[in-house]
Design a protein around this ligand. Structure first.
Ligand code: COA
Length: 335
């Protein structure tokens, strides 16, 4: 019988995966009219990783990141009850999570995809924690993985410079309430601004002569960079404040600010608006660019492996992006 007690959630392990192939700003400037100086000044990005090779997909990265997390704690994949794969670039529109489940041999796990672009990992973590809190599942593998390089218009210099491919994974486990690490969350959506950043399905003009059905296709990422920038620097601090206030945590208590790795100017502007010391910003976007749903778990895994998090540290995690969607999770690290 499932317990109806509200369980705590612990982060047991993290893992990550990036493709071997990298593309520097100098190399991009041979493809579109741009420069290393322009890209670094406006975004902080120096290079990004691209998933090259025939038949390689988001599943390959998600599998490596998941096995990496499982290996760190020598966990048998059969112990995983649920897999949530946050991705906007699935290999199969019916879902890619089941293929990850099969490849990592997590045969007892239910698996599904969750699509919320760059907020995907935050939403997946919150979704997972609900299954844990209500006692339904014990061990949940949350993955953020994207291969936006497959959906970027490589002739559009305003978008192709920004994105990269990667995957990050986190294993969550139910715990006694005293060991809970996920203190709270705050989530938002504004569909009225969905056209600021989208990868929409476009229908052909000609319909089927008998059925009158219009077939179509997905094309490229389209973005209004200025509007997305304004949205992020105005809404993300508000989400963080609401979340902190609901938990009676003050800005001074924050040890680490781990934002979706979109752009160094956005990260700094959010920190400055909240009067958070820039030293507390976790940033690795210079190496990977914006990896969408993968960016938060990638940065988390890297910070953890660098030994950044100390016992009881307060880590503020915020995701933001297409939808528009944005949200915050407050983690208290426990050794
Ligand atoms: N290299 C050189 N010049 C470029 C360029 C590039 N890669 N991309 C655009 N430009 C040019 C533009 O054509 C424009 O030229 P013009 O003045 O002659 O028309 C000029 O640079 C300024 O363009 P603009 O779009 O106003 O630049 P910006 O200061 O807004 O910076 C972004 C562009 C994309 C870096 C910025 O808007 C941004 O970071 N937005 C947030 C995007 C984001 O993070 N999206 C994902 C969120 S999940």
């Amino acid at each position: 019988m499932k317990s109806l007690m509200m369980q705590g959630t612990r982060i047991l392990a993290t893992g990550s995966a990036v493709p071997d192939s990298s593309l520097s700003n100098d190399e991009i400037s041979k493809i579109v009219e741009t420069s290393d100086d322009w890209i670094v000044t406006r975004t902080g990005i120096k290079e990004r990783r691209l998933l090259t090779g025939h038949n390689k997909s988001v599943i390959d990265l998600a599998v490596v990141a998941s096995l990496n997390a499982l290996d760190k704690i020598s966990m048998n994949p059969a112990e995983i009850d649920l897999i949530i794969l946050a991705t906007s670039t699935p290999n199969d529109l019916f879902g890619s999570a089941s293929q990850v489940q099969a490849q990592i041999k997590a045969f007892n796990a239910v698996a599904f995809d969750l699509t919320a672009a760059c907020s995907g990992f935050v939403l997946a973590m919150v979704t997972a924690s609900q299954f844990i809190r209500n006692g339904t599942y014990k061990n949940i593998l949350v993955i953020g993985a994207d291969v936006l390089s497959k959906w970027v218009d490589w002739s559009d210099r305003s978008t192709c410079i920004l994105f990269g491919d990667g995957a990050g994974a986190m294993i969550l486990q139910s715990s006694i309430k005293e060991d809970n690490q996920l203190l709270g969350f705050q989530l938002n959506t504004d569909g009225n601004q969905s056209n600021c950043l989208s990868l929409v399905y476009k229908e052909e003009i000609n319909s089927h002569p008998i059925l009158k059905l219009h077939k179509g296709y997905f094309k490229y990422i389209v973005m209004n960079g200025k509007e997305v920038y304004k949205f992020a620097v105005s809404q993300v601090p508000l989400s963080i404040l609401k979340c902190l206030n609901s938990l009676n945590i003050s800005i001074n208590d924050i040890d680490w600010l781990l934002l979706h790795q979109a752009n160094h100017r956005i990260l700094k502007a959010v920190a400055d608006k909240l009067s958070i010391d820039n030293e507390k910003i976790i940033m690795n976007l210079n190496k990977y660019g914006n990896t969408s749903a993968a960016s938060i778990p990638l940065a988390f895994d890297e910070a953890l492996s660098q030994g950044k998090f100390a016992h009881n540290d307060i880590i503020v995690i915020s995701g933001f992006g297409a939808g528009l969607t944005w949200g915050t999770i407050i983690v208290q690290w426990k050794l």
